[in-house]
Design a protein around this ligand. Structure first.
Ligand SMILES: Cc1cc2nc3c(=O)[nH]c(=O)nc-3n(C[C@H](O)[C@H](O)[C@H](O)COP(=O)(O)OP(=O)(O)OC[C@H]3O[C@@H](n4cnc5c(N)ncnc54)[C@H](O)[C@@H]3O)c2cc1C
Length: 463
C-alpha cells in the first residue's frame, strides 16, 4: 500500500518469519464466512492506527460464525501458520498484524442481544453500537473507554480503562462469561467458575491464549443526563491531590484528567461527571475544590460518552488521524506520580508530542480492578499517565518518538510503574516477564495449555 505523501512508509519488519504460504490456504474446509486474498483486505489488515509497522498477512478471514474462527485456527495450527484476531485495528504497533499468516477480522461477528441486565455480544461489535442498543432498554455498560469506536474484543484483550473506573473498575471487571477459541482451535466458554484459568488469562491477556468471539457483559441502569464539570488546576501536585480526594469520597460517577500545554507551560484539567439530578448540587460537588476555574453543563448521557467524536472529526480533517501515532501509556503509583509527570513534562522539547497530542493523567483505585490483568503497580491508588503522540509535520519523527517511549518506559519501571500495553514501545522478552510480574507464571502456563504451538497473536511479541 502506498502511504499518503505526508506519511513515512510503515516499515516491514525484517525479523518477521514467513512460514509456508503459497498454497497454504488451498485446502480450506467449507466456511460460513469468507476467506479473502484480495489486495484491499490484505492492505487493511497490514496497517493500524499507529502507522508504524506494516506486516501483510497471507489471508484475511471474515468469519460467518465463531465456528469459522475455530476451524481456521485449527487449520493454521496444523500448517504452522500464525493467527490473530483484529477488531477495529486501533493498535499502534502492529499488535493485530500477522506477517504471512491469517488475520481474523472480527467485524463480521457483531450481533448484540440485551437480556435482562446483561448484554451478549459478539466481540466484533463496537462499544458505540452496544450502548446504542442497550439505551432504549434503560441500560448501559458500566465502564467505557474514552473513544467508543473500538471493538468489544479489542478492549477486553487490553483492559479497557476509562473515567468510570472509580465506580465500576475496568471493562474487563464487568465481564460475566466469554466464548473463546483457544490456540488449539477449541471453541469453549469460560467464566469465573468455568475454566477460570482461561478466563483470567484472556481478559486483558493481549490475545495470547484465545480469540474472544462472544462476551456476556453486565449492564446497569443508564442515567438520562449528566452534569459535566471541567476544572483547571495550577500544578501536577494540585491536580493529583484533588483527584485522590475525589476518588476517596466517590462523589463523582466519572473522573479523568489531562495536562494541557499553554504558551506559559502546562495547565492541568479535571473532567468530572455526576449522573442524573446532580445539577442542583454544584456547590456540594465542587464548592470545596481548589480549582482556578470551572465550567459546568448538562448533557444527554450518550453525547457525554461520545464527546470525543467532534475532536476525532477535526483530527481527521487536519490529516492528523492518519499520521503515525507512537503512543505511550503507563500506570504510575501515587507515591511517584508527581515526580515522574513533572520531570517528563518539563523535559519535553517542542515537537516531542505533535500538534494533536493528548496527555492523560487520572486516578485508578486498584481495589476496583478485580481481574489480574491489566497489571497494576502495587499501591492502592495509581495514575494513568499517557502521552498520546502524533508524528505531525514539523514534529519529531515517528522513530524518534518511539525511541523516547523506550526511555519513558525505563523511567516508568524505575518509578515502580507499569506500562498499559496498548502503545508503541520496543520491549524484550525480559521486559515482558518483568511487566507481568507475579502473573507471568500463570500466563505462561495458560499459554502452554491453551496455545501449545504458539499460534496466536504474534504481533504482541510476548512469547
Ligand atoms: C483513539 C483511541 C482511543 C483509545 N482510548 C482508550 C481508552 O480510553 N481506554 C483504554 O483502555 N484504551 C484506549 N485505547 C486503546 C484500545 O483500547 C486498544 O488499543 C484496543 O486493543 C483497540 O481495540 P481494537 O478493536 O481496535 O483492537 P485491535 O487493534 O484490532 O486489536 C488489539 C489487540 O487485541 C487483539 N484482539 C482484537 N480482538 C480480539 C478478540 N476478539 N480476541 C482476542 N484478541 C483480540 C488483537 O490481535 C491485537 O493484539 C484507545 C485507542 C485509540 C486509538
Amino acid at each position: 500500500m502506498t502511504p499518503p505523501p505526508h506519511l513515512p512508509a510503515a516499515q516491514p519488519d525484517p525479523t518477521d518469519s514467513a512460514p509456508g504460504v503459497g498454497t497454504a490456504f488451498d485446502t480450506v474446509p467449507a466456511l460460513d464466512g469468507e476467506l479473502r486474498f484480495d489486495q484491499a483486505a490484505l492492505d487493511a489488515a497490514s496497517t493500524d492506527f499507529g502507522h508504524l509497522v506494516s506486516r501483510p498477512p497471507a489471508a484475511v478471514l471474515s468469519p460467518g460464525s465463531a465456528q469459522d474462527v475455530a476451524t481456521m485456527v485449527r487449520y493454521c495450527r496444523e500448517r504452522g501458520l500464525k493467527v490473530a484476531g483484529r477488531g477495529q485495528g486501533h493498535s499502534t504497533n502492529g499488535q493485530a498484524q500477522v506477517p504471512s499468516g491469517l488475520v481474523i477480522d472480527l467485524g463480521s461477528l457483531d450481533s448484540i442481544e440485551i437480556r435482562d441486565d446483561t448484554a451478549i455480544v459478539q466481540t466484533g461489535a463496537r462499544w458505540s453500537t452496544l450502548v446504542q442498543a442497550s439505551l432504549p432498554m434503560g441500560l448501559t455498560p458500566p465502564a467505557f473507554t474514552d473513544y467508543l469506536e473500538l471493538s468489544v474484543g479489542g478492549t477486553l484483550s487490553a483492559g479497557g480503562l476509562g473515567g468510570q473506573i472509580g465506580r465500576h473498575g475496568t471493562q474487563v471487571d464487568n465481564v460475566l462469561e466469554l466464548q473463546v477459541v483457544t490456540g488449539e482451535g477449541e471453541l469453549t466458554t469460560c467464566s469465573p467458575t468455568e475454566r477460570p484459568d482461561l478466563f483470567r488469562a484472556v481478559l486483558g491477556g493481549l490475545g495470547q491464549c484465545g480469540i474472544i468471539t462472544r462476551a456476556t457483559l453486565s449492564l446497569v441502569p443508564a442515567p438520562r443526563s449528566v452534569r459535566h464539570y471541567v476544572m483547571f488546576f495550577g500544578s501536577v501536585a494540585a491536580l493529583t491531590a484533588q483527584q485522590a480526594k475525589l476518588i476517596e469520597d466517590g462523589r463523582f460517577d466519572y473522573l479523568v484528567g489531562q495536562a494541557l500545554p499553554t504558551p506559559d507551560g502546562w495547565t492541568y484539567m479535571i473532567e468530572a461527571a455526576a449522573y442524573d439530578g446532580a445539577a442542583a448540587d454544584d456547590a456540594r460537588l465542587t464548592g470545596d475544590l481548589e480549582h482556578t476555574s470551572i465550567e459546568a453543563q448538562d448533557v444527554p448521557y450518550f453525547d457525554f460518552l461520545n464527546r470525543l467524536a467532534p475532536a476525532v472529526e477535526a483530527f481527521e480533517s487536519m490529516g492528523e488521524w492518519k499520521r503515525p501515532h507512537p503512543w505511550y501509556d503507563s500506570l504510575l503509583p501515587a507515591s511517584t506520580v508527581n515526580a515522574v509527570v513533572t520531570e517528563t513534562l518539563s523535559g519535553l522539547k517542542a515537537g516531542a508530542l505533535g500538534v494533536s497530542a493528548v496527555v492523560l493523567l487520572y486516578p485508578v483505585p486498584t481495589a476496583q480492578c478485580r481481574t489480574p490483568l491489566p497489571v497494576m503497580p502495587d499501591e492502592d491508588l495509581v495514575y494513568l499517565f499517557s502521552l498520546l503522540k502524533t508524528a505531525s509535520p514539523g514534529a519529531d519523527s515517528a522513530e524518534e518518538m518511539v525511541a523516547a517511549n523506550r526511555s519513558q518506559y525505563d523511567a516508568t519501571v524505575a518509578a515502580g510503574g507499569r506500562w498499559y500495553p496498548i502503545g508503541s514501545v520496543p520491549l524484550t522478552r525480559n521486559d515482558w516477564v518483568h511487566h507481568f510480574g507475579p502473573f507471568w507464571a500463570e500466563l505462561e502456563a495458560a499459554r502452554h495449555r491453551y496455545d501449545p504451538d504458539g499460534v496466536l497473536t504474534p504481533g504482541q511479541r510476548i512469547f
